[in-house]
Design a protein around this ligand. Structure first.
Ligand code: GLY
Length: 285
């Protein structure tokens, strides 16, 4: 069983496929949006050890030719140095403008691979296959790509929309609880800024989301994606209401910067602390 959320923008539109076991069918599902049969998969060492073979098998089944780039995991990889290495590898693979980049991983991989796709040969098509809850509900949707700088988080980047997002909840089975909670923080954000009924729903079903109930996870992700798709469709380049998606993020990014973008604080954890700080600030003004 799959659910679909459509992201309709002025310049393009794409589908978020949400379901369980989608990775096995990735090649077949993604074929219609590929510009050619050639793809490059970018992933990190941890995700690659868990899911790269599954993805490759499905690409083989669909008759696609692929190369892979595997980088170290963690926020530290969202750097100019790592971007240069990825671009070099991409160009070594003799890509052309119809080669699609597939980002297989969490927010770090999606942001870095998406940005590499945005600037290699002045722009390659790309697809998001998120593997963390945070990436499933937030960072894989809406086209924000980029890397960090010593000036701050995500200070170098571009808007580059994916051609599709494959949100397979099965990948959450191997995700540590801490990372599930980090993604859950973004769901709470959607409920707070756009959907009070979803807030009540999460109060009832939040434990099932974290405990790995597939059906409940699909529903929570579907509603989160609907909230994000509506906001991004109305304001793709964050000139107005998309800034709502940054609730708590100014505090959160500052906390991530002082902890040197390390695993001391996951993004969702920093943002969750940021919500609290933000609400306190509002209540004092
Ligand atoms: N994660 C915030 C945004 O996509 O705008």
């Amino acid at each position: 069983m799959s659910e679909f959320v459509h992201v309709d923008l002025k310049t393009c539109n794409y589908t978020i496929h949400i379901g369980s076991g989608l990775l096995h069918k990735a090649g077949e599902l993604l074929l219609p949006v590929l510009a050619s049969r050639r793809v490059v998969v970018i992933s990190d060492e941890i995700v690659a050890s868990l899911y790269l073979t599954q993805l490759q098998n499905s690409l083989d089944l669909a008759g696609l030719s692929y190369s892979t780039i595997v980088i170290p995991p963690g926020e530290g990889s969202k750097s100019l140095e790592q971007l240069t290495l990825v671009l070099d590898q991409l160009l070594n693979y003799k890509i052309d403008r119809n080669t699609t980049v597939i980002a297989l991983g969490g927010g770090v991989i999606g942001d870095l691979a998406g940005f590499a796709a945005a600037i290699a040969l002045r722009g390659l098509p790309f697809i998001q296959v998120p593997t963390t809850l945070l990436a499933l509900v937030d960072s894989s949707i809406g086209g924000k790509t980029g890397i960090n700088s010593w000036h701050g988080k995500n200070m170098i980047g571009s808007f580059h929309q994916p051609r599709a997002v494959l949100a397979d909840v099965s990948v959450l089975d191997t995700l540590p609880l801490r990372h599930l909670r980090s993604g859950y923080a973004e769901m709470v954000k959607y409920s707070a800024i756009a959907n009070p009924a979803f807030f009540s729903w999460l109060e009832q079903h939040g434990t099932a989301v974290l405990n790995g109930d597939d059906k409940v996870q699909v529903e929570a992700i579907r509603v989160s994606c609907l909230c994000k798709a509506a906001i991004v469709s109305a304001d793709e380049y964050e000139l107005g209401q998309r800034a709502l998606l940054n609730l708590g993020h100014t505090f959160g990014h500052a906390l991530e910067a002082v902890t040197e973008f390390s695993d001391v604080l996951l993004h969702g954890e920093a943002v969750a602390i940021g919500y609290g700080a933000c609400l306190r600030l509002i209540s004092k003004t």
